[in-house]
Design a protein around this ligand. Structure first.
Ligand SMILES: [Zn+2]
Length: 115
């Protein structure tokens, strides 16, 4: 029998089954509401100009940013790519920054790049 449910977010098990409004994983015991999970995925963050950002967007840094724990500074105009958006007050963008690598960046310190 093929399951039409998404895999378990906890352990990726495919043997997920439905129980009323919840989905249940028999392998790790995780229970969740698929609609809540959906709601969590639509986090809206805006850049310096108020433009909504999405995962996969290319952005440009609009303010010199100090790299935590080092003397490095990310200069204005540095390009970055958004890998993930997290539900946080700041440092909500998990970015791949040109010349730096993976870093958490605050959305209001970047702007969406065109093209
Ligand atoms: Zn599981």
């Amino acid at each position: 029998m093929m399951s039409t449910h998404p895999p378990c977010p906890q352990c990726d098990s495919l043997y997920v089954y439905h129980d009323q409004n919840q989905l249940l994983c028999p392998e790790c015991g995780y229970e969740w509401n698929p609609e809540e999970l959906l709601a969590q995925e639509s986090i809206i963050v805006s850049d310096a100009n108020g433009t909504a950002l999405a995962e996969g967007d290319k952005v440009t840094v609009v303010k010199d940013l100090k790299v935590k724990g080092s003397s490095m500074v990310i200069k204005v105009g540095t390009k970055a790519w958004i890998r993930r958006i997290l539900d946080k007050k700041d440092h909500e963008l998990d970015c791949k920054v040109d010349g730096v690598g993976e870093m958490m960046v605050t959305a209001r310190f970047v702007k969406k790049a065109c093209g």
